[in-house]
Structure formats: C-alpha cells, structure tokens
Design a protein around this ligand. Structure first.
Ligand SMILES: [Zn+2]
Length: 285
C-alpha cells in the first residue's frame, strides 16, 4: 500500500535511474490500467518522448515528459514500478512495460490489479491535483493547519487523516502509527481534541512520515522500490498489525478493530477513547 514515504522513495529512484532516458515505446498489457485518455492515445503519447523529471504529489507518482505531458500513476494497493525484470508469477500481474533507450525496460507490476495511470497535459494535471490537501513534510504545513481545517468537525480523527482533501499522502499503515504516537484513539471526534493533542498530532505526522522516507518505505506485503528491494520501516512499526502483542509503551496489548470500515491497530490503554489520561507529550522512540 504505497503511501507518501513509499511513493517518495520510488520518485527518488526514478530521478536517479530513469530521468534523462528516452521512452522508445510502451506496451499496455492490462487495459484497465489506463484511465485517461484511450489506451491507443496513451501509448501514442509515450512513443519517442524524453523523461525530464519525476515528482510526487500526495500518493500520485508523476513522470514528466519533454512533450509537456505528465504520466501519472496511482499505485493504490500493490503497484510496483521495477527496473529489473519481475521473475515472480503471476504473469498477469504485469500491467505496462515502458521500453527505454539503452535496452532498458521499466515494468509496472501489480498483482492486485488496482494501479491506474493517466496521461495528462499541464492543465489537466493541475486540475487533477488541485483538490489535494497540503503536503505534511513541507515547511508550509504548520501545527495550526489541522485544527483550523477540521477542528470543528464531529467526524472521527482517523478517517479525516486518511482524507486526501484534508491532508496528503497518509494511508492505513502510517495513520495507525501516527495516532499511537499522538496518544489519540482512532475514534476520537476531531472537535474534542485539545490544543496539546493537535500539537502532538502534528509532531507525530511529521516524525512518522519522515522516518518512513528515511527508511525507504514500509514493506508489509507488496511494496518494493524500483530495484525490487523492500523498505525497512516495517521494522519500526509499533502497532500496525501488532494486535495481540504487548504495547511498547505500557503493560497492555495492541488491539485490532474496524474504525470507519478500516482495520485499525491501537493500544486502548495509551489511546483512550474518552480522551482521558492524555498528556500528548509522550515520545516513545
Ligand atoms: Zn499502551
């Protein structure tokens, strides 16, 4: 499930390994991949173009072309962009092959089949990205943004943090770690958070995502970098999929419950649903 740190890692890999190459031709193996425009036009606009840049916005991976177009991927659950030939079955997992100059190939592989790609001109790209919330690792993301944006909402904090219109790049793994760090129960209503709790949440968002980037992403199941290597951040998780195991911060046990339809992992002792016993200052790293 590539989130901000995983897409950031892939983007940096592309900058080092692929930007500057020419795309000779493209092969779409899974037509469901191409959301926009038609598959035929998508392939046509990938022929003989130079790759001039790579960037990330939220969980979108954006490959910039010298034609002015952008090739935009959403890797969703299991998308992998690999510069080494995938050896793993099933063969149906291969969705796209980009043939680069120098006899190199970039493979898009996704055994879940949910990855989507778009070919967008500058105007279409801007429109597509315009509704996204701020980038949490950028300087402009200040501690007062979330309370201003969602502080009066009666919705639960976890689904609000997963809403890409509220804040960019957070998915189901990092959100559980962030809420644990901030000592917030995933079902807490946004309008019940104290100023200290908003500050703790801001710190937890920044520190968890920054650590994820530093560790080149989290590989729980399918995530790989462009050279097919797993990330390292799974070794630093405290609660995600640790249900039944001791909480690293108290005598209690991590539990797993559905919150707003998503499996959620937390310590009911450290993250009290009624918000009591919070001090918001705890740091357990
Ligand atoms: Zn605990």
């Amino acid at each position: 499930m590539p989130e901000l740190p995983e897409v950031e890692t892939i983007k940096e890999d592309l900058r080092g390994l692929v930007v500057g190459s020419t795309l000779e031709w493209a092969e779409v193996l899974a037509p469901s991949l191409v959301e926009q425009p038609s598959t035929e036009e998508f392939v046509g606009r990938l022929e003989g173009v130079g790759i001039t840049g790579a960037r990330r916005r939220a969980k979108h991976l954006i490959v910039e072309l010298d034609s002015g177009d952008s090739l935009v991927f959403q890797l969703k659950i299991g998308g992998q962009l690999l510069l080494v030939p995938p050896v793993e079955e099933p063969l149906t997992a291969l969705m796209l092959v980009l043939h680069l100059d120098g006899d190199r190939r970039l493979f898009l592989r996704d055994e879940t089949g949910f990855t989507r790609a778009r070919m967008l001109d500058a105007g279409e790209l801007e429109e597509r990205l315009s509704s996204l919330g701020p980038e949490p690792l950028e300087d402009g993301f200040e501690a007062d943004y979330l309370p201003r944006a969602i502080g009066s909402r009666r919705a639960q904090i976890k689904p609000l943090l997963l809403d890409q219109k509220v804040i960019s790049g957070i998915g189901n793994i990092y959100v559980d770690e962030i809420l644990y760090d901030a000592r917030l129960h995933p079902r807490r209503k946004a309008n019940t958070l104290s100023e200290e709790e908003w500050q703790a949440l801001h710190r937890a968002i920044r520190s968890n995502l920054a650590a994820g980037v530093e560790h080149r992403g989290t590989t729980v199941r399918l995530y790989r970098d462009v050279l097919d290597r797993p990330g390292e951040h799974q070794n630093y998780l405290r609660v995600f999929e640790k249900h039944g195991q001791p909480c690293p911060g108290c005598e209690g046990e991590v539990v797993r419950e559905k919150v707003s339809g998503r499996p959620s992992h937390f310590c009911p002792a450290c993250q009290r649903e009624d918000g009591s016993g919070q001090d918001g200052q705890l740091e357990l790293r």
